[in-house]
Write a protein that binds this ligand. Structure first.
Ligand SMILES: Nc1ncnc2c1ncn2[C@@H]1O[C@H](COP(=O)(O)OP(=O)(O)OP(=O)(O)O)[C@@H](O)[C@H]1O
Ligand SMILES: [Mg+2]
Length: 471
């Protein structure tokens, strides 16, 4: 909602938002000057009609203020509705959602939500229109009262000449119009001023990448330690008292049931989430005080839900533009993940675009190919610390085996933290942390855990039974 509202406050053109505040403020000044000139002219002839018309217009202005206050007080409700509508539009427009929405016949569900939102919006607009209509009627009555008073006043003063009559009626009309314009400009200004706090709220939202308190620079990776780390997100305690230490050259495997907190742990280890309690340190320095560039230089992370961007294959791997990309290295890592042949057969080789947002000839890759390209990116970077969150979920068995070999050969001297559900031969070689319900319940080698950790034993046996013929 904060983002949608900030967007509304700056991208709606001159009629809405911050730009409108500036435009309308200039108009307010202009109309005020015109009104002052008219009042002076009227006052020179007769002071009372000028005072009464001015007072009545001030009443009109106060009525308008009530309308504006209604708007400011209820704008949030409208924002909430439009923000929901934005979500539905974004979701419907996203290419990747198309297949699910069609195949599961979800259009009526969207329609149902949209219809309800439209109804709520119409109801809101209805209330607002009623308030505006009330204000408008009262203002017209005030205008009429001003004219009536002036005519009666001229009669009582016995000065109802044709010249006076034309002058006062015209002056009152022009003044009322100017007042109406002034009120509209004022309404628009105050209406649009409600956007300003939204914009400020957005600008004040703390950006975790802010560098002032992130000055520490780290050299090569030595050790990553979590000490009694808790992570609470939206009132959910997701990680509970995690103690973990990973030193240079370690290969740590993290296993555990769905929802145990593995991906959340990865986000803490990579500095994306700061611990709610406890400390997360890299080389003895708090992760959240390390300069982001310095941190990024030391680690590479492949997330469970990572995506390829619609850039070229080479750019997706090097994460920089083609000029600064080392083509030889890109070819080498593509060969390692067994994609070089596939890529070479494409019309523009490694300069072929992924997807079709930026190029009509872009290549659409399969789920497993995507995962292999993402791993090629990890191999290209060769960071001291590599964190992988289920990087083999989409791989076929041969690719998976190749993947383990690559970790052992190419990342042998690097530190690797690897979240997986596949308890294959690979786990027999490293140290394993078992997670359950936000805690690390055991750490040890495969053989230790088979003896000491019931959950691990259960997971191992369940998986083994899937692969052992006749079991
Ligand atoms: N941003 C968030 N806000 C609130 N709760 C969250 C958030 N991210 C994750 N969770 C919750 O934290 C719990 C752990 O999620 P997490 O993704 O870390 O599990 P996981 O061990 O990686 O599971 P899986 O094996 O399915 O990938 C889940 O119950 C999830 O609902
Ligand atoms: Mg996960």
């Amino acid at each position: 909602m904060i983002i949608d509202q900030a967007y509304e406050s700056i991208y709606n053109g001159a009629n809405v938002g911050i730009e409108a505040v500036i435009d309308q403020t200039i108009l307010v000044l202009r109309y005020s000057l015109q009104i002052i000139s008219l009042l002076v002219l009227m006052g020179l002839l007769s002071i009372w009609p000028a005072i009464v018309v001015l007072s009545l217009n001030i009443f009109g202005y106060l009525m308008q203020s009530l309308g504006n206050r209604w708007y400011a007080n209820h704008k949030n409700a409208q924002n909430r509705i439009t923000s929901y509508q934005e979500y539905f539009s974004r979701t419907l427009m996203a290419r990747e959602n198309g297949k699910d929405i069609r195949l599961f016949g979800m259009v009526p569900l969207f329609h149902h939500y949209q219809k309800n939102l439209a109804k709520r919006l119409v109801r809101w607009e209805g209330h607002y229109s009623t308030v505006l209509a009330g204000v408008n009627i009262l203002q017209q009555l005030f205008n009429l009262a001003g004219i009536m008073f002036t005519l009666l006043f001229l009669i009582s003063e016995k000065s109802l000449t044709i010249a006076n009559c034309i002058f006062f009626l015209t002056a009152i009309q022009v003044m009322n119009t100017n007042f109406a314009n002034l009120r509209n400009a004022y309404t628009l200004t105050s209406k649009n001023l409600t956007f300003v706090p939204n914009f400020r709220k957005f600008m004040d939202t703390e950006l975790d990448l802010a560098t002032e308190n992130k000055q520490n620079v780290i050299g090569g990776f030595k050790q990553l330690t979590l000490n009694r780390v808790f992570l609470k997100l939206e009132n959910n305690t997701i990680l509970k008292s995690i103690n973990l230490s990973v030193s240079k050259g370690d290969h740590l495997i993290v296993v555990g049931e769905n929802g145990a907190g593995k991906s959340s742990l990865v986000k803490v280890l990579s500095g994306l989430y700061g611990p709610t309690r406890g400390t997360a340190k890299l080389n003895g320095i708090a992760l959240n005080s390390i300069n982001p560039q310095s941190l990024q230089a030391q680690m590479t992370v492949q997330f469970q839900d990572d995506i390829l961007l619609h850039f070229t294959i080479a750019e997706n791997i090097s994460c920089t533009d083609l000029k600064r990309t080392n083509y030889q290295k890109v070819n080498e890592v593509l060969r390692q993940v067994h994609l070089l042949e596939f890529v070479n057969a494409l019309p523009n080789g490694i300069e072929t675009y992924v997807g079709n947002e930026l190029s009509a000839n872009g290549v659409l890759v399969s789920g497993g190919q995507k995962q292999r390209l993402l791993f090629a990116r990890v191999l290209y970077k060769q960071a001291d610390l590599t964190i992988l969150d289920e990087p083999t979920a989409a791989l076929d068995p041969i690719s998976e085996k190749n993947f383990y070999q690559l970790i052992q050969n190419e990342l042998a001297t690097k530190t690797v933290i690897f979240v997986t559900h596949r308890l294959g031969s690979f786990v027999k070689k490293g140290k394993i942390a078992v997670m359950s319900k936000g805690k690390i319940i055991a750490i040890g080698t495969h053989d230790d855990l088979l003896v000491n950790c019931e959950l691990y034993r259960e997971m191992w046996q369940a998986q083994r039974s899937l692969y052992t013929v006749g079991d």
